[in-house]
Design a protein around this ligand. Structure first.
Ligand code: ARG
Length: 273
């Protein structure tokens, strides 16, 4: 079956963890002043970039800025669909300045950037999934932003409510396996309100369901190219389930980034042309 899964080359935007640290706590994973091993973080991050390139993906990078330790989480800076950039307005004051630097990168690369009026955190909560845009709310991105997003892209936005503070961004609880018209996803049901769980079950009857253990191992913070799934190595049960479904797990360990509440997907912005 794995022969039938066809990868699509992606263009990713990332930010090197030169200034990565845990200096404030804005999610339950962050213990203020916990020591981050920056050298190890650099090695782990380089490994992710190597893995992307080895699988045929293009990787661009934004210059990191001192004093913005979470800037490494590129996914939060925007959501890009059809070459149009819907920027971010961070919930936490500490992260707000990141937007200027990402917007500058996008503009220099020839993109037009939309500045949202409502709080929203890019692909952290706004996940393009074929014909829909899946949109998380509950901790960061607001429902007003979901409305703004729908007006901007003219795509149906499916609002999903997150209920567990450990899974404060949609991309910690769900990822897209395949973004073709029929599309499929993986998610951890208990991260969602009962109504949102029902919505997901209706839209994706064939979704792969993950356990709390997989979710706590950042297994839902994965990146799929339609065939290869770049995934945290500790999400073993989920990885073997994906193999059964014909996908090829590519384990990449970003354990240093878990200290800030981030993983593979958080470090990766997809530029969809
Ligand atoms: N410390 C960051 C925050 O809480 C982590 C962001 C993780 N990014 C993500 N796409 N889930 O904002």
């Amino acid at each position: 079956m794995s022969e039938s899964r066809v990868p699509r080359p992606r263009r990713f935007l990332v930010c090197e963890p030169r200034h990565f640290a845990v200096q404030y706590a804005i999610n339950p994973w962050m213990q203020p002043d916990v020591q981050v091993d920056v050298d190890l973080a650099q090695e782990q991050w380089q490994e992710l970039i190597r893995a992307y390139r080895a699988h045929g993906h293009t990787v661009d990078s934004v210059e990191p800025v001192a004093g913005l330790p979470d800037m490494v989480f590129a996914a939060n800076s925007a959501v890009v669909v059809g070459g149009r950039v819907f920027g971010s307005l961070f919930h936490a004051a500490e992260r707000r300045p990141e937007s200027t630097h990402y917007d500058m990168w996008f503009k220099a690369a020839g993109f037009t950037v939309y500045r949202p009026e409502a709080v929203c955190e890019g692909e952290g909560d706004l996940v393009p999934a074929g014909r829909y845009l899946l949109a998380g709310t509950g901790f960061r991105t607001t429902r007003e932003a979901h409305r703004e997003l729908q007006e901007y892209f003219g795509m149906p936005v499916i609002s999903l409510t997150l209920v567990d503070p450990y899974f404060y961004h949609l991309d910690t609880a769900l990822f897209v396996l395949d973004d073709g018209p029929a599309g499929n996803i993986v998610y951890y049901p208990d991260a969602f309100s009962p109504g949102s769980r029902e919505v997901l079950a209706r839209l994706y009857p064939d979704a792969v369901l993950a356990s709390r253990e997989d979710a706590m191992a950042f297994g839902l913070n994965s990146v799929s190219d339609g065939r290869h799934v770049f995934i945290a190595p500790r999400a073993e049960r989920l990885a073997s389930c994906l193999t059964d479904h014909g996908y090829v797990p590519v384990p990449v360990d970003l354990s240093e980034f878990h200290k800030a509440g981030g993983g593979i997907k958080c470090c990766t912005q997809e530029i969809r042309s």
